[in-house]
Ligand binder design. Structure first.
Ligand code: G3P
Ligand code: CA
Length: 314
């Protein structure tokens, strides 16, 4: 194990406290990390400028872009590999679908982001699906998300489906490394007020970012499946994670299923930042606050992803 990275992990929270000083995103007095999941996505359409700006206004320490790739190799902030859930692509490009068999065995039409150039994707309305007041919001590039955050909040980019893109001739990790470098964010402390935390469900993607591209940045390995929890949350599994990441990002359910993992992860020098908290329903927000407090202070996680940055305990 590389002691340099272990040291990075064990001091990550403290370092981030310092790194965020001076921006709009001063850390909570507790030192816990607030990651705005897809922006303030309970109140504004996910992965839009509106959601990211609101998240920063609400005190998010980090804004989260999930990353996909356009046909012309541009990283964009988008959760799904396809565009139809969060844009009006079906209206603008009605014939540009592919037919695929979905999880229920049904043949459905989908509009893959990778089938469109950035210029085409920029024609899409990424806000109306959420509410008419957000009509005209656009799908931002990763570069634009960085510009929104610069000096005001950190970024927490996630490589989405890197192997799927790899099979189509795209190199997501290379694009991420290039983008971070062009913004001076490829090293810790590169831009004051904008720390970077990498994340992925793919161990290989995190390995490549660290070992092939030399990105000495904090990183979170996301885990969602119970069988993966069994594999990775053992003492040996956590030690292996420490070779390619500085922390874990379990789903909430998985953290409940493996209650010892926080203590074990901390013992292995790993941070624990679970997902996803908050609610779009105003009637559920008291419950969301209680849940957030329970995970932060009873389970002692280091931070969390939330759709409601304003509900994060100060
Ligand atoms: O990245 C943490 C969390 O966002 C993972 O789930 O599907 O919302 O990207 P997802
Ligand atoms: Ca994500």
């Amino acid at each position: 194990m590389e002691t340099r990275h272990l040291r990075t992990a064990t001091t990550a929270v403290l370092a981030l406290t310092t790194a965020c000083m001076g921006g709009e995103s001063d850390m909570a007095s507790s030192g816990k990390i607030l990651v705005a999941h897809r922006g303030a996505s309970a109140y504004a359409p996910e992965h839009t400028r509106a959601a990211y700006e609101l998240a920063i206004e609400q005190g998010a320490h980090f804004i989260e872009p999930d990353l996909q790739i356009t046909a012309d190799s541009v990283l964009i902030a988008l959760h799904d590999e396809t565009l139809e859930r969060t844009t009006n692509v079906e209206e603008v490009f009605p014939d540009r679908f592919r037919e695929v068999v979905n999880r229920n065995g049904l043949l459905v039409r989908v509009w893959f982001a990778v089938d469109f150039t950035l210029e085409e994707i920029k024609q899409l309305d990424a806000g109306s699906w959420f509410s008419p007041e957000f009509a005209g919001e656009r799908v931002p590039t990763f570069s634009e998300v960085i510009d929104i955050a610069r000096g005001r909040a950190g970024i927490f980019p996630e490589t989405k489906a890197p192997e799927v893109y790899g099979d189509q001739g795209y190199d997501m990790e290379h694009l991420v490394a290039l983008e971070l470098q062009s913004h001076g964010l490829h090293v810790q402390g590169g831009v004051e007020g904008t720390p970077v935390f990498l994340q992925s469900f793919s161990p290989e993607s995190l390995r490549i970012l660290r070992h092939e591209h030399g990105l000495d940045l904090p990183s979170t390995f996301l885990v969602s499946q119970y069988v993966d929890g069994q594999r990775w949350f053992s003492v040996d599994g956590l030690a292996e994670i420490a070779e390619f990441a500085t922390g874990i990002g379990p789903s909430k359910d998985l953290l409940i299923a493996f209650p010892n993992v926080v203590e074990r992860a901390h013992a292995a020098g790993l941070t624990v930042i679970p997902y996803t908290f908050g609610s779009r329903d105003p009637d559920e927000r008291d419950e969301a606050v209680q849940e957030t407090r329970y995970f932060l202070y009873n389970l002692d996680v280091d931070g969390l992803f939330t759709n409601n940055p304003d509900l994060f305990p100060s």
